[in-house]
Design a protein around this ligand. Structure first.
Ligand code: DGJ
Length: 720
């Protein structure tokens, strides 16, 4: 038998987990190890017996869909890659590993890029493809990752959303059964309304907050995404099952024609592997988000009062100034003027007209934006504004002047919310979109916050900027083009805080977020739904970016709505003029609590204590945030619905065992205003007592809630 050379191992230590690849004797890239010790794997048998690290269509496995499927210029539909070279580079403590593969027959290069972030344990992985064939090639599938995992019969996945508008982050846990499960999103502009690009996979069976193997994956992409989970049995049942996990941009309807010498870069997939349950996944994604994604991660987000659900389109200068008076009186930081402030020939008095005409409606707002910004400054609050730069109503000056600017085909374009999507592949459209910001912000330095909205999907995918055979490239190209505008806006106005919104949380992904300070988590602000929605979102995103406003949605008690919003980036979307004096007192107390607790909520460490989405009784939720120095914490307890189980014990293990802490129950609901000034008497406990690690069997944080829609907030401070 010929002795085969031992291949070089390509080990990637992602921080607490990792992977090892190697080229086998034929040059194919094999996956030698993956998981907690994946980066230390050694060959037990010849590399040729290991699974392919990133199969290609026609590359050797005729039985499964492959992460990469290409039709080459000469009509060849198969791709067979061999490893050409590997490079490694250290950049500021991270490592960038690039594995360059070439097709055996045709001119095609496929590069795997793996970038570590050791402090968090998140691995960023993507693929870059280029060629020099005589004609364009067609990319039919172009996933970013395609690892193989061993799984058990009880393997589970948890995915989010799936129902469209106002159902973002709906929690779906299910068994990972044999066959292929596809979790994809469509629509292009606000795809994550349909399905979040984030996923938890527990390959060996259910994981909990603190136990079990679990992978967390984020497709860092503001367009359509796809997870495909292909689970197979093997003939040898002792091997369990295996899962080929593909993740990346959704290629359905989006075949990409790639010209010679152009580079196709897939979205990055950011992923990690925990052997200690989901809390570790969350810690890693929060740390990575703060380090690699968020703008101004250390800046405390403002306490916003938005006028949308308060007055919708029904306002004028005086009504807004009256709301500003009340905003200032309440002690909030910023008044946000939402939709409806623009359009003169086609006034934006409802959602039928005006989009695209970004000049102030002078009959509504006699003093212009400057008048409102001045009014805000006089009241010592900041002023923010709503823009939807990518859209146009047919009833607008813009559409009359440039009907050709929209994304469409030769068919009659479909209207959605009476509006069309401007084609960002047109340079003049990108200039226009940037100009919408620049011409609003530059003359009005008093505007320090913008909500960027996008309220329709792509229905007619086509662009005059693309050749006939490249029309489906729009699904990829529109994301890069829009990100370019977002990046320009962020660069040109670095001090202006930006909120990312797309009919709610339609663009909540780690890619788009890079140019924003926060996102509008969902239009669904019913606090019972919100508590669950924020719970799910917290798996991957810190509370500082999760805007949570108190509204009337669901007609829940206001103190309860405040308590739920207080556990994320707190604000209001209420008609402050319609509040009763008791309700106003509740809002004032909520603001006082926000002042004390938002630094912890936004920058602290999250602890999810009692789940409202899993287990036999999902009627309650409890979560906490602790300070990095472990000197303070805040615990939120919510009774969402009537319970079917016994009162729970709230154990909280986030503080110093030996230290003594004062625990104060914040009085949100009381109608006695003096309570805010003199909070209830403190309970004094040690960190060990709070955690139950001193052996006690009754928890000091006493769950006294019974009625649905009630809440407790415990503020915990170390005693000197
Ligand atoms: C959808 C957003 O989610 C709402 O908050 C609001 O800004 C409306 N658009 C305005 O049209």
């Amino acid at each position: 038998m010929t002795e085969l050379p031992t291949p070089d191992l390509i080990a990637v230590d992602a921080g607490g987990w990792g992977l090892t690849w190697a080229a086998d004797s034929t040059g194919r890239l094999r996956q030698i190890g993956l998981g907690p010790e994946g980066h230390t794997a050694q060959l037990d048998v010849d590399a040729i017996w290991y699974p392919e690290a990133f199969p290609t269509w026609g590359g050797g496995d005729p039985f499964r869909a492959a992460p990469l499927r290409i039709t080459h210029a000469n009509g060849l539909t198969t791709t067979r890659l061999v490893v050409e070279r590997v490079s490694r580079e250290s950049i500021n403590g991270s490592e960038l590993v690039i594995v360059v593969c070439r097709d055996e027959l045709v001119d095609l290069t496929v590069e795997h890029h793996l970038r570590t972030h050791p402090p968090s344990g998140i691995l960023e992985q993507w693929v870059e493809i280029h060629h020099d064939q005589a004609e364009p090639i067609t990319l039919a599938d172009y996933d970013s990752i395609g690892p193989l995992l061993l799984t058990s019969e009880s393997a589970e996945i948890c995915h989010f959303g799936g129902g469209g508008w106002a159902t973002e982050w709906a929690w779906n846990t299910e068994l990972l059964t044999t066959g292929t499960k596809t979790l994809d999103s469509f629509g292009g502009v606000q795809p994550h309304l349909q399905r979040s690009p984030l996923l938890l996979v527990s390959p060996q069976g259910p994981s909990t907050e603190s136990s079990g193997e679990v992978l967390g994956l984020s497709i860092v992409w503001g367009g359509n995404t796809r997870f495909a989970l292909d689970v197979r049995r093997t003939w040898d049942t002792s091997d369990g099952l295996n899962l080929r996990l593909r993740a990346g941009a959704n290629p359905v309807g989006a075949e990409y024609r790639l010209d010679p010498n152009e580079r196709f870069v897939t979205p990055t997939v950011a992923w990690t592997w925990s052997s200690a349950g989901r809390a570790t996944i969350t810690e890693r994604f929060h740390a990575w988000s703060r380090a690699r994604v968020l703008r101004d991660p250390d800046r405390l987000r403002p306490l916003v009062v938005n006028n949308w659900e308060a007055v919708f389109f029904d306002f004028d200068h005086d009504r807004l100034v009256d709301l500003m008076d009340r905003t200032a009186d309440l002690g909030a930081d910023l008044f946000l003027l939402d939709d409806g402030w623009f359009g003169n020939n086609h006034p934006r008095n409802d959602d039928n007209a005006g989009l695209g005409d970004w000049e102030v409606n002078t009959s509504k707002l006699s003093g212009g934006l400057a008048g409102l910004a001045d009014a805000a400054a006089e009241r010592d609050i900041r002023f923010g504004i709503w823009l939807e730069p990518e859209m146009v109503n047919p009833e607008s000056d813009l559409y009359e002047a440039h009907p050709d600017w929209i994304v469409r085909t030769e068919r009659e374009p479909i209207e959605h919310r009476q509006q069309h999507y401007l084609d960002p592949l047109r340079p003049e459209v990108r200039d226009f979109e940037f100009g919408v910001f620049d011409q609003t912000l530059t003359p009005n330095p008093g505007i320090s916050y913008v909500k960027w909205d996008a309220n329709r999907p792509i229905t007619d995918p086509g662009s005059e900027m693309l050749s006939q055979d490249q029309q489906s490239n729009i699904w990829i190209d529109h994301v890069w083009a829009t990100w370019a505008v977002m990046a320009d806006v962020a660069r040109a106005h670095p001090e202006v805080e930006l909120m990312l919104c797309a009919s709610g949380g339609g663009r909540v992904d780690h890619g788009s977020l890079r140019w924003f300070h926060e996102f509008w988590t969902s239009d669904n602000t019913d606090p019972v739904v919100r508590a669950r929605l924020q719970w799910a979102c917290s798996m991957f995103f810190p509370a500082s970016v999760m805007a949570a406003h108190v509204t009337r949605w669901g007609e829940r008690p206001l103190d309860f709505a405040c308590a739920v919003a207080l556990s994320a980036r707190f604000g209001f979307d209420l008609d402050l003029a319609s509040l009763s004096s008791d309700e106003l007192a509740v809002c004032r107390r909520a603001v006082a609590i926000a002042r004390r607790t938002q630094p912890l909520v936004q920058h602290g460490r999250l602890h999810r204590l009692i789940s409202p989405v899993e287990g036999d009784d999902t009627s309650r939720a409890c979560l906490a945030y602790s300070a990095e120095d472990r000197l303070s914490a805040v615990v939120f307890a919510y009774q969402l619905e009537a319970s079917t189980s016994q009162t729970p014990a709230v154990w909280f293990d986030g503080l110093e065992a030996d230290r003594r802490y004062a625990v104060v129950e914040s009085e949100l609901g009381t109608t006695d205003d003096s309570m805010a000034a003199t909070p209830a008497e403190a309970l004094v406990v040690t960190g060990a007592e709070l955690a139950g690690s001193d052996g006690r069997d009754s928890a000091p944080l006493n769950w006294t809630l019974e009625a649905p829609c009630t809440a407790i907030i415990w503020e915990i401070t170390a005693i000197a």
